[in-house]
Write a protein that binds this ligand. Structure first.
Ligand SMILES: [Fe+2]
Ligand SMILES: [Fe+2]
Length: 413
């Protein structure tokens, strides 16, 4: 179909133009994953939608102007997945860029990202064929990504979240690099160490280059043999990096151990938490977060708030203390967590604000200043209307607060 317009600016999506033809499934998937609510198509230049299972409203019932047809892109998602996990909460997260500065950085980051993808494709392709990888080129790429993270991490992370299956491994490498840098800074690590972690993130899935695309992009469950092949990628990546004599000790370590789990049930070496390096534990978190918030061939992407909630519930997988720092580094409040607001009230995160995707909808349940006479209320946190904000996420609840939170989530509809 021919897209006449979207309810997004052209620099806010990866198609680069205001009007364009969608002629393959990968582009369609990317388009729908943008979270856009309205798409206007020109059916004189392309096809009109023919829904089989009513995924979009009947086009005949919608107003059409000449050849232009408007339809809701994501009608089932009345609360669409957030497009922009912008830092919001704890005070040490960077302040997001706004207005013209944001537009400029988005354009710059988009161009840089797509250049990085092309360079990475060449570098990883060379590595697969046994050629040397240029450490200088990787270092340059990491420096550019690091620069973008410094300006506003939400920008590069959101652009890199939209991946087609062909570019998945490359943009996933960029995302994990950016997430490692962002987390490293949150932890207050030295900038030299932060850049080293960024490189490790960039190279962590190098071994995937050896896995056939048919297996990597299989839209169904993998059989036992296919799983065995996929699970060999850390060791293969480590072997490639070792023979290419590229990558630091940290990169080698992360390449081999990013699928290990704290409880020792990961692979390839079933190493337990206390024996895993900080870099490997950080990579495990950044890797899973990007994977489950990205459009992949076999799963719909989760929003940041849902993804973090799911990760918190996976006991034994991640270093919990690091995961909390990671959540703070993104400034997203996971669904289901208890937060304290800037006015002192306690609340449960129950959703995402569709008008400001980085911010939550919360249900207040306790006012320490007025504990007896408090009526729960749903509040949309917004930086736009900017009244009350999330002050902190409370992970370790007192029994009283926990009971009250549980009561409240059932009590209010
Ligand atoms: Fe991996
Ligand atoms: Fe990965």
């Amino acid at each position: 179909m021919y897209v006449h317009s979207l309810d997004l600016s052209w620099y806010n999506h990866p198609f680069w133009r205001r009007r364009f033809l969608i002629n393959n499934k990968a582009d369609l998937t990317t388009l729908l994953a943008l979270g856009t609510r309205v798409i206007v198509i020109d059916d004189s230049k392309g096809l009109a939608p023919q829904p089989k299972h009513d995924p979009v409203p009947d086009v005949a019932s919608l107003p059409a102007t000449s050849d232009l047809i408007q339809f809701e892109a994501n009608p089932a998602k009345s609360k669409p997945a957030p497009k922009r996990p912008v830092p919001n909460g704890p005070d040490s997260t960077p302040i997001p860029l706004v207005g013209a500065a944001r537009k400029t950085e988005m354009l710059r980051a988009s161009k840089m990202l797509y250049r990085s993808k092309t360079e990475l494709m060449t570098l990883f392709g060379n590595a697969r064929m046994g050629k040397a990888i240029s450490t200088r080129k990787i270092t340059n790429l990491v420096a550019q990504i690091s620069d973008s993270v410094t300006k506003d991490p939400s920008i590069i992370l959101n652009i890199a979240r939209l991946k087609t299956k062909d570019e998945y491994t490359f943009l996933h490498s960029v995302s994990v690099c950016a997430l490692m840098i962002n987390l490293g800074r949150k932890l207050g690590l030295d900038e030299v160490v932060v850049q080293d972690l960024g490189m490790a993130g960039m190279l962590h899935d190098l071994g995937k280059m050896t896995i056939p695309d048919l297996i990597l992009n299989k839209p169904a469950k993998l059989d036992e043999e296919e799983w065995r092949i996929v699970r060999s990628h850390p060791e293969k990546g480590h072997a490639i990096l070792s023979s290419a004599k590229c990558g630091t000790e940290t990169a080698l370590d992360v390449c081999l151990h990013h699928h290990e789990k704290m409880d020792g049930t990961g692979y390839p070496n079933r190493i337990k938490g206390e024996d895993l390096s900080l870099a490997a534990r950080m990579a495990a978190i950044c890797d899973v977060y990007d994977a489950i918030t990205s459009q992949r061939s076999y799963n719909a992407p989760l929003s940041g708030a849902v993804a973090l909630s799911k990760m918190l519930s996976l006991k034994g997988h991640f270093d919990q203390s690091l995961l909390r720092s990671f959540i703070e580094s993104l400034g997203i409040s996971p669904i289901g967590t208890v937060v304290q607001l800037t006015d002192g009230k306690y609340a449960i995160v129950i959703g995402e604000n569709p008008e400001d995707f980085s911010q939550p909808v919360v249900r207040t349940f306790r006012d320490p200043e007025n504990p007896e006479l408090f009526v729960p209320k749903d509040v949309r946190i917004s930086r736009i209307t900017g009244t009350v904000q999330v002050h902190a996420i409370i992970y370790d609840l007192t029994p009283e607060l926990e009971a009250k939170a549980q009561d409240t989530s059932v009590f209010v509809s």
